[in-house]
Design a binder for this molecule. Structure first.
Ligand code: HEM
Ligand SMILES: [Cu+2]
Length: 570
C-alpha cells in the first residue's frame, strides 16, 4: 500500500535496474526476496510441528498405557527429546524469526540486501545444526531431553549441532540490529515503528539469552569428548535456564506483539497507548533473564536468601503481563463501544468471533490467565515442592506455550501466509481455521487440565509408562492419563487441520492481495524519545542479570562439589 521514503531510498541504493513487476510488488508492500525468506521459515516451522506432533501422539499413547512398544524401535526418552527439540527449539524459533523479519521488512521499508544475506546464512547454520542434533537423537545417542542437563551426556556432535544453531540465531539477531540501526540513521528523531521495536526487544533477548547456553555448550563439548573428566552440574544447569527461560519469554513477547499491534486492527480499532506499549517491552527485556532461577527452586546449593530474591525477580515479570491484560481488554471495550456495543458485557457482541485471525489469539490470551496463575504457583517455594517434576509442569507449559503462544502463532498464519504468498484468505480456510481453533482449544484444555490434576496426585513427568509394581497410588492416575490420551488425540487432529490450512494458503488459495494488519495509535499521541534508548535498556538488563547471577555462580564455582563424569542413562 505505502511506498515510503526509505523504500525509495533503499531502491535507489541497491539496484537501479529493477523490473516493473518488482516495483509494483514493492508498492504493494511485500518484497519478493523478503517474502521468500519468511515463507521458508514458516515452512520449516510447520514441518517441525508435524514431526513434533507425531512424537507427542506417541508419548500420550505410551503414558496412557494404550501401546507399550514404540514403532521403529524408538525409545520413549528418545521420542521425548525429539518432541521437545522440534517444538521448542525448531518450531517456535523459526516462527518467531520468520514473523519478526516479515514485520521488519514491512515496517522498515524492506530488508537491506546485506541483512537478507546474513539471515539466509543464519538459516543455513540452523539447518546444519538441527540436522546434526536430529541425527544424534535418531541414532539413539542423545536421549538427554531438550534441556540436555549434565551429567547425562550425548555424543559430542549433538552439542556441536547446537553450536551451529546458536550461531544461526546470532546471524539473524545481528541482521535485525543492523536493519533497525540503518533505519534509525535514515530517520533521525523518529520512533522505530512498533513492530520493529518489538523485534528489537525480541532479538536483544535472543542474543543475550543465548550467550549463557553457548558458554554451557563450550563447557560440555570437551567433557563429552573425554578431554576433561568432570563437569560442574550446577553451573551448567544455571546457564541452561538463563537461556531456556529467556526463550520462553521471547515466544511470549512475539505473541504479545500480535496482541498489541495486529489484533486491534483486525477488530477495527486503534492500538493501546504507544508509550506504555514500549515501556512494557523494555520491562520485559530488562527483567527477563533472571527469571531462569525459578526453574531451579528445588536445586541444591542455592541459599535461601538468594532463592527468595529470585522469587521476587520472577514475579516481577508478572507486572508487565498484568499491564498487557489491562491493555487488551481496554482495547476490546473501546473498539466495541465505538462500533455501538452497549452495557457492561453486551459490547462483546461486537467482536469478530467468526474471524479466525481474532478468535485463535483471543482464546490464547484467555488461556494465559490460568496459565500465568499456574506460573505464580510454581515460582512459590513451598507450592513448588508439591508440583516439581510432576505432570503439573507439563500441563503448565502446554497451556502457556501450547495454547497462549501457539494459538497466537496459528492466528498469525491466517493473514501472514496469504500476505507473503500473495493470496487471499478464503471463507473456506477461515471456517477450517475456526474448527481447528475449537479442536485445539478442547484438546489442549483436556490434556493440560488432566496433567495439572494428575500432577497434584504425584504422577511424574518425563517417565515412560510404569505401574510401579502394582502400586494403588499409581493406578489412581490411570483415568487422568486416559484423558491425556483423549486430549492429545484431539490435538493431533487439530494439528493436521492447521497443517492443511497452511498448505492451502501456500499453494491453493486464490491469488490476491492480503494486508499486513497494523493498527494505528489513537489520534494525538506523542511518544517520548527516551523510549529509543536501547543502550540504556541493555545496560540496565546487564545490571539486573549481574545482581542475580554473581552471588550464586561464584558460590557454585568457589565452593564447587566434586564434578560429575558423563552418564548415559538410556
Ligand atoms: C500435538 C499435540 C501435543 C501432544 C499430544 C503433546 C504431548 C506431550 C506429552 C504427553 C508430554 C510429556 C511427556 C512426559 O513428560 O513424559 C509432552 C512434553 C512436552 N511438550 Fe508436548 N504435546 C503436544 C504439543 C506440544 C506443543 C505445541 C509444544 C510447544 C510448542 C509442546 C512442547 C512440549 C515440551 C517442551 C515438552 C517437555 C519435554 C521434556 O520434558 O523434555 N508440546 N508433550
Ligand atoms: Cu521460566
Amino acid at each position: 500500500m505505502e511506498a515510503t521514503v526509505p523504500q525509495r531510498q533503499h531502491q535507489r541504493a541497491t539496484s537501479k535496474a529493477q523490473s516493473l513487476t518488482e516495483k509494483a510488488n514493492r508498492a504493494l508492500g511485500v518484497q519478493p526476496a523478503d517474502a521468500l525468506f519468511s515463507k521458508t521459515y514458516m515452512i520449516g516451522a510447520f514441518i517441525a510441528l508435524l514431526i513434533g506432533g507425531i512424537f507427542g501422539l506417541l508419548q500420550v499413547l505410551v503414558r496412557g498405557g494404550v501401546i507399550d512398544t514404540l514403532p521403529l524401535n524408538l525409545n520413549y526418552y528418545q521420542v521425548l527429546t525429539g518432541h521437545g527439540v522440534m517444538m521448542v527449539v525448531v518450531f517456535s524459533t523459526l516462527f518467531v524469526i520468520g514473523y519478526c523479519y516479515a514485520g521488519m521488512s514491512h515496517t522498515l521499508g524492506g530488508l537491506l540486501p546485506k541483512v537478507r544475506k546474513m539471515a539466509w546464512i543464519g538459516f543455513g547454520l540452523k539447518v546444519v545444526g538441527v540436522a546434526m542434533a536430529s541425527v544424534a537423537i535418531l541414532a539413539g545417542d542423545a536421549s538427554v531431553m531438550y534441556t540436555f542437563y549434565p551429567p547425562m551426556a550425548a555424543v559430542p556432535y549433538f552439542y556441536i549441532g547446537l553450536v551451529f544453531a546458536v550461531l544461526g540465531i546470532w546471524m539473524c539477531a545481528f541482521g535485525a540490529f543492523i536493519n533497525v540501526a540503518h533505519w534509525r540513521k535514515a530517520h533521525p528523531g523518529q520512533r522505530v515503528p512498533i513492530l520493529s521495536y518489538f523485534a528489537t526487544g525480541i532479538f536483544v533477548l535472543m542474543f543475550f539469552g543465548s550467550l549463557p547456553v553457548a558458554i554451557e555448550v563450550f563447557m560440555i563439548i570437551p567433557w563429552s569428548l573425554g578431554w576433561v573428566d568432570t563437569i560442574n552440574v550446577m553451573v551448567s544447569r544455571t546457564l541452561f535456564w538463563a537461556f531456556g527461560h529467556t526463550y520462553v519469554n521471547i515466544w511470549y513477547m512475539t505473541a504479545v506483539s500480535a496482541w498489541y499491534v495486529i489484533i486491534p486492527k483486525i477488530i477495527g480499532g486503534k492500538r493501546f497507548n504507544d508509550t506504555i506499549t514500549r515501556v512494557m517491552i523494555v520491562m520485559l527485556v530488562i527483567l527477563n533473564i533472571t527469571g531462569g532461577f525459578h526453574h531451579q527452586i528445588v536445586d541444591p546449593g542455592i541459599s535461601e536468601s538468594v532463592k527468595f530474591m529470585h522469587v521476587f525477580m520472577s514475579l516481577a515479570i508478572g507486572f508487565p503481563s498484568l499491564m498487557t491484560a489491562y491493555a487488551m481488554f481496554s482495547v476490546f471495550e473501546k473498539t466495541a463501544r465505538r462500533l455501538g456495543g452497549k452495557g457492561i458485557v453486551g459490547w462483546y457482541k461486537k467482536m469478530p468471533w467468526k474471524d479466525v485471525r481474532f478468535l485463535s489469539p483471543f482464546i490464547a490470551m484467555v488461556a494465559f490467565i490460568p496459565a500465568g496463575a499456574g506460573g505464580i504457583v510454581q515460582s512459590t517455594n513451598q507450592l513448588d515442592q508439591v508440583v516439581h517434576n510432576t505432570l503439573w509442569i507439563t500441563g503448565h507449559f502446554h497451556l502457556t506455550l501450547g495454547m497462549t503462544v501457539v494459538m497466537t502463532f496459528f492466528g498469525i498464519t491466517y493473514w501472514l501466509i496469504p500476505h507473503l504468498t500473495k493470496r487471499k484468505l478464503t471463507p473456506f480456510v477461515n471456517r477450517l481455521g475456526l474448527i481447528q481453533t475449537a479442536l485445539w482449544t478442547v484438546g489442549m484444555s483436556i490434556m493440560a487440565i488432566s496433567m495439572h490434576v494428575v500432577g497434584l496426585f504425584g504422577a511424574p513427568r518425563r517417565t515412560a509408562f510404569s505401574d510401579y509394581g502394582g502400586s494403588l497410588t499409581a493406578a489412581a492416575w490411570d483415568p487422568y492419563l486416559m484423558l491425556v490420551v483423549i486430549g492429545g488425540s484431539i490435538l493431533v487432529v487439530a494439528g493436521v487441520l492447521q497443517l492443511y490450512a497452511v498448505y492451502h494458503m501456500f499453494f491453493r488459495s486464490p491469488k490476491g492481495e492480503t494486508e499486513f494488519p497494523i493498527a494505528e495509535t489513537e489520534a494525538g499521541e506523542a511518544t517520548p524519545y527516551w523510549t529509543e534508548r536501547w543502550g540504556l535498556w541493555i545496560v540496565l538488563m546487564i545490571v539486573v542479570v549481574t545482581m542475580a547471577y554473581i552471588i550464586p555462580l561464584t558460590d557454585f564455582i568457589v565452593n564447587a562439589p566434586p564434578g560429575s563424569p558423563t552418564f548415559r542413562t538410556w
